[in-house]
Write a protein that binds this ligand. Sequence first.
Ligand SMILES: CC(C)(COP(=O)(O)OP(=O)(O)OC[C@H]1O[C@@H](n2cnc3c(N)ncnc32)[C@H](O)[C@@H]1OP(=O)(O)O)[C@@H](O)C(=O)NCCC(=O)NCCS
Length: 168
Amino acid sequence: MQVSIRRGRESDMPALRDILNHYILNSVVTFEMVELSLENRKTWFTQFSETGRYQLFVAEEKGFVVGYAASLRFHQRPAYAPSVMSSIYLHPQHTGKGIGERIYTELMENMKLAEDVHRVYGLVVLPNPGSEKLHEKLGFQVAGVLNEGGYKFGEYHDVRMYEHRLGK
Ligand SMILES: CC(C)(COP(=O)(O)OP(=O)(O)OC[C@H]1O[C@@H](n2cnc3c(N)ncnc32)[C@H](O)[C@@H]1OP(=O)(O)O)[C@@H](O)C(=O)NCCC(=O)NCCS
């Protein structure tokens, strides 16, 4: 298996839309509730750059995009600007093979290089053993739990907030 990690491109948006829509419809790992359109993803893509706070990486295998990791705006209030929120989703047939660790490591290395990022927050709907393990392995600490912080598929769900203090 040859998986390469590279910057995301606009042409990756159909694949990323399909990956995320799978989790939107079939799981609570994301609190998005409604399928996303390609137009929505193309607009989403315009926020990314190679050196700024918001960056996008994808994993590619045999020419197919099998997952992504991104840094996104954490909160709209301006004083939160040096804090970003991370997001990572792999195609369901490509989990548990080390791709998540590789792509998240690439994102975090670039967050350390980005001058104006101070904190990275990962919000994990519990339970999610793969994501919990990944955050802990990459040096995130538990910042707290949002007790029943979200409501999806007729139930409330706890959300653990992980933080990475980038040391700068
Ligand atoms: C969460 C996710 C990104 C993890 O990526 P991954 O490629 O599956 O994980 P990796 O193979 O890199 O494994 C990283 C570590 O987590 C562990 N792990 C992975 N899946 C696991 C699971 N289901 N249960 C327990 N541990 C797990 C691995 O063993 C590894 O630890 P180790 O090196 O000590 O053995 C991926 O599974 C995914 O996209 N899941 C669905 C979407 C999702 O939940 N996104 C995150 C939302 S917060």
